[in-house]
Design a protein around this ligand. Structure first.
Ligand SMILES: [Zn+2]
Ligand SMILES: [Zn+2]
Length: 80
């Protein structure tokens, strides 16, 4: 299981700047959608629409935990 508080990402573009946002622009051509405050203010996600990663992460963790449970159930019931 993943715990939210243990997840800390750092920006590839801006040294050791904490990732706090996530680019949600559909036409964005950046491979890395995770963004720090500088990514949104400057490059590479200047003027792109974004969400706070804290809004995004719970759904990600929730999805992960659901999959985790399904896999576990399968293993327990020897379906896999
Ligand atoms: Zn950045
Ligand atoms: Zn973007």
């Amino acid at each position: 299981m993943i715990e939210e508080k243990k997840i800390n990402f750092y920006c590839d573009f801006h040294n050791n700047s904490l990732i706090k946002y996530y680019c949600i622009r559909t036409e964005c051509n950046q491979k890395v959608r995770a963004a720090c405050a500088y990514c949104i203010a400057e490059e590479p996600h200047k003027f792109h629409e974004y969400k706070k990663i804290t809004e995004f992460l719970p759904s990600l963790i929730d999805a992960h935990n659901k999959i985790y449970k399904v896999i576990h159930n399968c293993v327990d019931n020897k379906i896999v």
